[in-house]
Design a binder for this molecule. Structure first.
Ligand code: BF8
Ligand code: SF4
Length: 626
């Protein structure tokens, strides 16, 4: 049985009602208070870049005080969103480089995937002969950090792309230089009195996005795999029912796995387990939210409590002893909300300081003790639950997670096909696509957004794609929507057309492959690239598209820009905030397509959006003559 959105909504309503006595407020209440939203902001035509403003564009006032028109204002706002998103993902990647740089043989963090480290060292021409693995790790980490500020050259990872893409990026001038430089350039270009030409702003948007996807995000993924292991398929569960009434519940939330890994390790400690039992608990239960959930589920099978718009619901259960967060997508409302309950709210990063939390700054030199200490505090909080405020959720779904590119190739190696003498190739998959058994692939990624029915677009779109024999790969909160609905089970093959169903049975995979967190969309870029290489065509020709049906964050805009630059059409279920500029709308939908071979297709109706994707894939097939 699959969980429907109606069932999810009923559970949310029950939790909200249950918690009403404690005066708890959630996003649904605040969304009402924020409606209607500001039309100028919505359309991207409010400028407050300098203090002569704010200036708002109307038919009567078509230019700001400085003379900037709607195209300039919407374009600058848009580029600033990309800069914000690239900064967030890339700084996360940099933090992970620092964590790798702190590794020691007997340290708190160690190298888990030596083979991946050696591969990366080789790729980057770092000598490894006769060297200690930790010396290599430090050199690789340092080389990674240099990608952020090097004065010359472009990103090292670009040479993983197809030759056609690399040439195109150079010709268009969107091959990203140092990551920090692209962010700074975007901020500089949008300072008062600089670029007012929308096309130039969009081009820098592509280049800044590229600094994320083929720079900072890819850095995050690679270094995380080296540190904590390259994900391989695992069984787990998803939805709030993973919280256990009789156990100490600790939620890890955010993005950077350095902190959550330590909590997971501490929760397996025998002394702490005994301590939990001495306090009357049956054990210690770690559950994840948002991308931290994706990181720890892929490597440890830690269960997922839910996605972005479910973070408050987790606390409404009244059985969460502690929620520890690192960076990004954390609601400030967790401060006041946790105060309604016994829940301890712990912030751990100087990047995300939130009123109402206890701040425990994590350091690589003390991380293990800090993790243990937090787990101990959570145990001490177990008997502070208020029985009157407990509302135990029960629904959860099994899920299979952890499909890194390495894992997908391994699955394909195990299948009997006409490429038995070749290993680590996507050719068996390409054969299925050529034969039409699988029509193509869609990457469903991104957030939840109250502008649409949460999870509804994700789930409905995924189901329709499966029914049309289109394989789905997923990351971020979209992946958790799939997990909650039960779509990451192998049994989801029953929702597929005959062709896809057969492939799933033969290979032994679910029809929706969980590829990780949002920084792991870099994995998807490499997947599309290597499929194109094994096929002998360029990326825009491959029947693969991307889709963010419920996106909300600046990071999502950065992602959309590197996906489009990579030549993959991107279907959006939420309108980018540039509608007040006809030129900007034209540039992001059709303009980029003339340059990179891909653009946005925007539609807020999920049924129309998914049909457009199916048509888009069929058009790519027709162009290939398959
Ligand atoms: O980076 S999908 S709500 S959790 S931004 Fe945030 Fe969006 Fe979720 Fe992960 Ni990605
Ligand atoms: Fe107004 Fe121009 Fe200043 Fe923007 S930069 S606030 S449009 S004067």
């Amino acid at each position: 049985n699959f969980t429907t959105v109606e069932q999810m909504e009923a559970e949310t309503a029950r939790l909200r009602e249950c918690a009403a006595c404690s005066g708890a407020e959630t996003w649904e209440d605040r969304k009402k208070a924020q409606t209607p939203s500001c039309k100028f902001g919505e359309d991207g035509v409010c400028c407050r870049i300098c203090s002569m403003g704010p200036c708002r564009i109307t038919p009567k006032a078509p230019r700001g005080i400085c003379g900037a028109d709607a195209n300039a204002i919407a374009g600058r706002n848009y580029l600033r969103m990309i800069a914000g998103g690239t900064a967030a993902h890339s700084d996360h990647g940099r933090e992970i480089c620092h964590t790798l740089h702190s590794t020691k043989k007997d340290g708190h963090y160690q190298v888990k995937d030596e083979a991946k480290l050696l591969r990366l060292a080789k790729e980057w021409d770092i000598p490894t002969e006769g060297k200690d693995i930790y010396d290599i790790a430090h050199e690789v980490a340092l080389a990674g950090m240099m990608e952020y500020g090097k004065p010359f050259g472009t990103q090292r990872f670009l040479n993983r792309a197809t030759d056609e893409r690399q040439k195109l990026w150079n010709d268009l001038g969107i091959a990203p230089r140092a990551i920090d430089r692209e962010i700074a350039t975007a901020m500089h270009m949008t300072h008062m009195g600089n670029t007012a030409d929308a096309e130039a702003l969009v081009m820098q948007g592509l280049r800044t996005g590229m600094a994320d996807g083929w720079g900072g995000s890819m850095m995050g993924t690679e270094m995380t795999d080296i540190l904590f292991g390259t994900p391989m398929p695992k069984d787990t569960e998803g939805d709030l029912g993973v919280l256990e009434k009789d156990m100490v519940n600790i939620i890890v939330h955010g993005h950077d796995p350095a902190m959550s890994e330590m909590i997971v390790v501490a929760a397996e400690d025998k002394d702490l387990l005994d301590y939990a039992r001495s306090k009357g608990a049956k054990g210690i239960n770690i559950a994840g939210l948002c991308c931290t959930a994706n990181e720890v589920t892929m490597r440890h099978g830690v269960r997922m409590a839910g996605n972005f718009l479910q973070q408050e619901n987790a606390l409404l259960t009244g059985i969460v002893e502690m929620i520890t967060v690192d960076v990004q997508c954390i609601f400030p409302s967790l401060g006041p909300l946790s105060e309604c309950f016994h829940t301890k709210f712990i912030t751990t990063s100087p990047i995300a300081r939130i009123p109402g939390s206890t701040y425990v700054e994590f350091h690589p030199e003390t991380a293990r003790e800090q993790g243990r200490d937090l787990v101990r505090q959570a145990i001490d909080n177990f008997d502070k639950r208020d029985p009157a405020k407990i509302c135990v959720p029960t629904r959860k779904q099994p899920a299979r997670v952890g499909y890194s590119c390495e894992a997908i190739l391994k699955e394909l190696n195990g299948v009997t096909n006409s490429h038995v003498d070749e290993r680590d190739t996507y050719k068996p998959l390409i054969d299925c696509i050529k034969a039409g058994v699988i029509r193509g692939a869609v990457a469903i990624v991104g957030c939840n957004n109250p502008k649409v029915r949460p999870d509804h677009s994700h789930i409905e779109i995924m189901k329709k794609l499966l029914a049309n024999d289109i394989i789905v790969i997923t990351t971020g909160c979209a992946a958790q929507a799939a997990a909650k609905a039960g779509l990451l089970r192998k049994e989801a093959k029953d929702l597929c057309g005959a062709g896809m169903k057969r492939v799933c049975e033969l290979v032994g995979i679910p029809p929706i492959l969980h590829m990780g967190s949002c920084v792991d969309i870099s994995r998807m870029m490499l997947l599309a690239t290597d499929i194109a290489k094994d096929w002998g065509i360029d990326i825009p020709q491959v029947p693969v598209v991307g889709c963010a049906p419920e996106w909300m964050s600046e990071k999502a805009v950065a992602i959309a820009n590197y996906v489009v630059s990579t030549g993959i059409d991107t279907y959006l279920g939420i309108e980018p905030q540039v509608k007040g500029s006809v030129q900007m709308m034209e540039l992001i939908t059709e303009g980029t397509r003339k340059l990179t071979g891909a653009g946005y297709i925007i539609n807020t109706n999920p049924d129309t959006l998914v049909q457009a994707m199916i048509d888009g894939i069929e058009a790519k097939r027709a162009a290939l003559g398959i």
